[in-house]
Ligand binder design. Sequence first.
Ligand code: PLP
Length: 391
Amino acid sequence: MEAKKQGINTICTHVGEIKDEQFQGAVSPIFMSSSYAFMDVDVKRYPRYFNTPNQEGLCKKIAALEGAEDALIFGSGMAAVSTTLLAFLSAGDHIVLQKTLYGGTYNLVVEEFNKYGIEYTFTDGLDMDAFAKAITPKTKVIYIETPSNPLMTITDIQMVTDLAKANGIVTMIDNTFASPINQNPLKFGVDIIIHSATKYMGGHSDICAGAVAASKEHIFQIWNLAKNLGGSLSDMTVWMLERSMKTMAIRVKAQNKNAKKMAKWLDKNDAIDTVYYPGLKSHPDHLLAKAQMKGFGGMMSFELAPHIDAEAFQKALRLIKASMSLAGVESTMLCPAQTSHFLLGEEERKNQGIAEGLIRFSVGIEDKEDLIADIEQALAAVQEKAAISAH
Ligand SMILES: *Cc1c(COP(=O)(O)O)cnc(C)c1O
C-alpha cells in the first residue's frame, strides 16, 4: 500500500531532517566538515559536490514540497538560474523566454549568452501565439516566470508545457513569487522548477540561496555542471534555511491572507490608481491564477495617483520598510523604476507597462490594521506636503 502523502506543514517541519543519534536532540545536527572519508564509503562527500548531509537533507524537503523526485540547492537564486540554463544550452542552441522576467535573469541572458553562442528570443506577450511564434527549430528551452515581477502577470503553465512537449522542448519555471506553498508547476507538466530561496523559503530576509526541483535525470544533468561551476551553499546557511522552511507554509498562508485584504483595501483607496494582484477579481488573469495556484501569494504592486510622489511616499512610511528584495515576514515596498528595473531604462519600462510611480509591495505577517494605518499616515503626510507647497 502506498504511504499516505503527508500534509504540507508536516513536510515543511520534518522531511529531510537528520536524526541526532548521539544526543537525541530534536533538530538536525549541523555537519560543517569539508573533508570526508573516501575509503569504504558509499558516497564521496564534499560541499561543492552538493552532497554533504545537511545539503542532502534540505534537498529532500524541497523535492517533497514540489512533488519532485530530486532537488539541488545553490549559493543564490541566480546560481540556480544560471547553472540550470547553461546545463541545457550549448553554442548554437536557442531559448525562448517570456517577456516579463526577473531583472537578474534578464541581465544574465542579454549580457552573457552571446559569449557562449546561445541565441534567445523574448516573447512579445504571454499568450500561445507569442510563445509559438518565438520557437525555432533550434529551440531547446522555454523559460517562464509566474506570477511575474512586478506586475503579477500570470502565464498559462499548461499551455506552455503542451506547446513545448509538442516540439520536444524542455520547460523551466521560476516559481519564486508563488513559493511551493501556492503553486506546484510539476502538476502542469513543467520539467524544471527554480526558486530564489532568498525569498519565501528563507522568509526572514537573512539568507541568500537558490533551489532547483526536477526529475532525477534532469537534476543529474544540472549537478554535472554545478560541481564544475561551484555555486554550492555553505552548510551553516543550509541549516538556517532548513530551520526557516519549517514555518514556510504557516508564513506564506498568513501572507496570502494579509495580501488579499491589503489589495482590496488599496483598490478602494482614492490615492491609489491601479492595484495588480492576481487575487483581485479585476485582475485580467484572475481566473487563470485561480486555476493554477493554491493561493494568490503575498506580492502585489500598485500605482499611486499621479499627484503623489513615489519617493516621498516611501520615505513617509514608518512600519513598512522601503527596501530591496521581498518575501520576508516584514512588509517591504520598493519602486521598481528606482531599483529592480532601473537598468531597463525608461523606454523599456514603458514598453513593459511599468509606471515610474509603481510601488511593489511585499506583504509580511504583521497585523493588517497596522499596515493600513502606516499607509494611511504616509499618504496623508505626502498629500499635506503637496498641498502646502502648492500654496
Ligand atoms: C530574487 C529573485 C531571483 C534571484 O535570486 P537571488 O537569490 O537574488 O540570486 C530570481 N528570480 C526571482 C523571481 C527573484 O525574485
